[in-house]
Ligand binder design. Sequence first.
Ligand SMILES: Nc1nc2c(c(=O)[nH]1)N=C([C@H](O)[C@H](O)COP(=O)(O)OP(=O)(O)OP(=O)(O)O)CN2
Length: 159
Amino acid sequence: MTELTSLHIDKQSHKFSAAHYTIFSATERERLHGHNYAVSARFVAPMGDNGFAADYNVYKRRIAQLCDELDEYTLLAGESPFQHIEEDGVYYRVHFDRDQMLFLRSDTRVLPIRNATVEEFSRYLLARLLELSAADGLREVEVSVASGPSQRASAIWRS
Ligand SMILES: Nc1nc2c(c(=O)[nH]1)N=C([C@H](O)[C@H](O)COP(=O)(O)OP(=O)(O)OP(=O)(O)O)CN2
């Protein structure tokens, strides 16, 4: 039986500051606001005969890269069933209920997520991390995203 080990990465610098709003229904959402989101991850990998599974510095660099991709942007849910986003010159024009909002495209990331929630951010970051780690022979990966010290969500992939 293959011996497995879990590598846990929980680095204070793995964070991104972003603006967002959670959509609760076709007519209810929060006002735009922001958080310093904290990202942590767990990697399950086979142990080698030399007591080494994988160089966790590789995963620290990848998580840092993914945090940088989201840092200091307004993050919009591009796959929400309740809002429509279109390009309008230098802006994104967002249609939600009876409102229209304009966001500078240079300040904004439209993500392939259904809502701008910690659940969906963790799911998105897990997918991006798996893209970067496809050849690593990992058995399980879990990504957690916290919007504050008291709340977070995790997404898990198992081979
Ligand atoms: N399942 C989810 N529920 C909620 C989410 C979410 O991402 N997933 N997000 C929100 C709001 O975005 C809100 O920002 C939550 O953060 P908030 O509680 O305001 O954060 P604080 O750090 O200010 O926490 P306090 O307890 O208020 O100090 C709502 N629901």
